[in-house]
Ligand binder design. Structure first.
Ligand SMILES: Nc1nc2c(c(=O)[nH]1)N[C@@H](CN(C=O)c1ccc(C(=O)N[C@@H](CCC(=O)O)C(=O)O)cc1)CN2
Length: 285
């Protein structure tokens, strides 16, 4: 069996087309969705992701602003900037690109963003709402993962989903979202003994560890839907996932490539949250 390769770029494109229609409808009612991105320092990967976000906004009809801050900026200066944006009615979404320099506490920065504008879905209030199933901004990468699985036509309900990785940004929230979809969920991590014994039970396997090629054919049961969230640059300069794509593709029913799988969905879900935030603003008027 050779797996169907899930085309994240194509799915992201379709969702962006739908969002452009929604943003146009909002503009006709006098609301231009607005996103402000704060980039601290000049990490090349972050630069590239932020560029993708700004470009995505333009494609969909979201007004975006980029605030660049020196790597030496103090936490207080950054928090003061966020507070200004919290008060600005034209800003529907605020995003601080991660990671931040070590002298700034990420948790303090995330906590400072108004939950009403938390289009990354990282604020503890957003996370709590997600956990109890209330409507809220869902974190972009986990939301993208669920959307990709659904669009394969896979029924999540009743399936055994195994998540490898327990980060706050991907592993834990994706497990919660799969649970919300009525999957039976197992979370594995670096201290899980005999990883393959558990991953081989998965009907849906989500890997979000950040370790190149750690999951091979020996970890996967035939017919599994495999979602690879890892983005790792190896010595050759090539970008690869956490999954050995070529060998797992021969066993899985569906598989995401890296690049071109989950990655393009991350920015698209951010655009979706920003349009939703602008719609909520309109409802509150
Ligand atoms: N504030 C945030 N910071 C970070 C987030 C986030 O969601 N919010 N996630 C990551 C980085 N990220 C977005 O910010 C991101 C990562 C990867 C991709 C992507 O499209 N990847 C492509 C490959 C891109 C390449 O060629 O380098 C792919 O997988 O196809 C988009 C966004 C950490 N920080």
């Amino acid at each position: 069996m050779t797996a169907t390769v899930i085309d994240g770029k194509e799915t992201a494109k379709k969702i962006r087309e739908e969002l452009a229609i929604e943003a146009k409808a909002l503009a006709e009612k006098g609301i231009i969705p607005g996103l402000t991105v704060i980039l601290v320092g000049n990490d090349p990967a972050s630069e590239s992701y932020v560029k993708g976000k700004i470009k995505g906004c333009a494609e969909v009809g979201i007004h975006s602003e980029l605030i660049r801050m020196e790597p030496t900026v103090t936490q207080e200066e950054l928090l003061a900037e966020i507070e200004k944006l919290n008060q600005n009615p034209n800003v529907h979404g605020i995003l601080v690109q991660l990671p931040l320099p070590k002298h700034i506490a990420e948790s303090a920065v995330i906590d400072a963003i108004s939950p009403e504008k938390d289009v990354d879905g990282f604020h503890p209030i957003s996370v709590g709402n997600m956990l109890i199933g209330n409507e809220t901004f869902l974190p972009c990468t986990p939301h993208g993962v669920i959307e990709l699985i659904k669009r394969t036509g896979t029924e999540i309900s009743g399936k055994h989903a195994v998540v490898v990785g327990r980060s706050n940004i991907v592993g834990k929230p994706v497990a919660m979202l799969l649970l919300q979809e009525n999957a039976t969920v197992t979370i594995c991590h670096s201290r899980t003994p005999d990883l393959a014994a558990i991953t081989k039970q998965a009907d849906i396997l989500v890997v979000a560890v950040g370790k190149a090629h750690m999951i091979g054919a020996e970890h996967v049961k035939p017919g599994t839907v495999v979602i690879d969230v890892g983005v790792n640059r190896i010595e050759t300069g090539k970008l690869v996932g956490d999954v050995k794509f070529d060998e797992v593709k021969e066993i899985a029913s569906h598989i995401t490539p890296v690049p071109g799988g989950v990655g393009p969905m991350t920015i698209t879900m951010l655009l979706k949250n920003t349009v939703r935030s602008a719609e909520r603003g309109l409802e509150r008027r």
